[in-house]
Design a protein around this ligand. Sequence first.
Ligand SMILES: Nc1ncnc2c1ncn2[C@@H]1O[C@H](COP(=O)(O)OP(=O)(O)O)[C@@H](O)[C@H]1O
Ligand SMILES: [Mg+2]
Length: 237
Amino acid sequence: MTSEMEREVLVSRWRKNVYREVAREGDRIIKRYRIPPHIKRYTKPWKCEHPALVQLAALGFPKSYGYKTIQTAEGIEIVHTRDYIPGTPIETYGEQEARDMGVLLARIHSGLVVTDDAQGHNFIRNESGDMQFIDFGKARIFTHHSPRFFLRVGHELFDAKRMPFSNNRKLGRQLIDAYMSATSLSPITRNMVQIGITSAAFTRWFKNTLHLRTIKHALRRIGSRQGAARSSNPQKT
Ligand SMILES: Nc1ncnc2c1ncn2[C@@H]1O[C@H](COP(=O)(O)OP(=O)(O)O)[C@@H](O)[C@H]1O
Ligand SMILES: [Mg+2]
């Protein structure tokens, strides 16, 4: 049993009316999510992180010990417990990081898990100097190699090149080379990963070029104006 004295809150924040806290208690990480009663729709990172770590445990990844739901006067509280990884955040992303990330992502994908959150602050170096991924709160879990799996893998690699490495072409190339050397995928499935990367690049270009968000907002505004006009002119309907 860990005592209150050992408890160290690492991060706490509110996100969309849900309180999230990441604390260290000895060799465990305790993630708490407090959801007020009036909030009906919310993301459930514990439902991704726990099964992802369970699936990866056989490959030597840190363990997850499950989560419990506690009913309180202020709503519900989810408490998820997983292994703490002693280490340090990665400050700069250079050639070594590109190679290490390629190898690490190949390992995670070999367990049929895609993190879907390959951002710089989710990677750390453990005490042996190995790169580790710490946040499986958005992970997608697969049961077999499927077109969707390769698509998500491609998107993950595209994000990894873009975010921690700021789209640096040379580092991005090194990451993919390291990934392809480390992966046990067959030549055909490697091509599917490449197709996934291209599809991610295309999706991003498409979104940026067409300003899809602006178009969506405009359509929504037109829709709500039409709705308002209809309700102020009820005799026409
Ligand atoms: N298993 C872990 N081992 C070591 N540090 C961790 C671990 N999990 C989280 N942390 C620390 O807590 C921070 C926030 O955790 P994270 O799971 O990324 O939550 P969120 O992204 O929701 O804020 C991380 O950036 C890291 O510093
Ligand atoms: Mg995170």
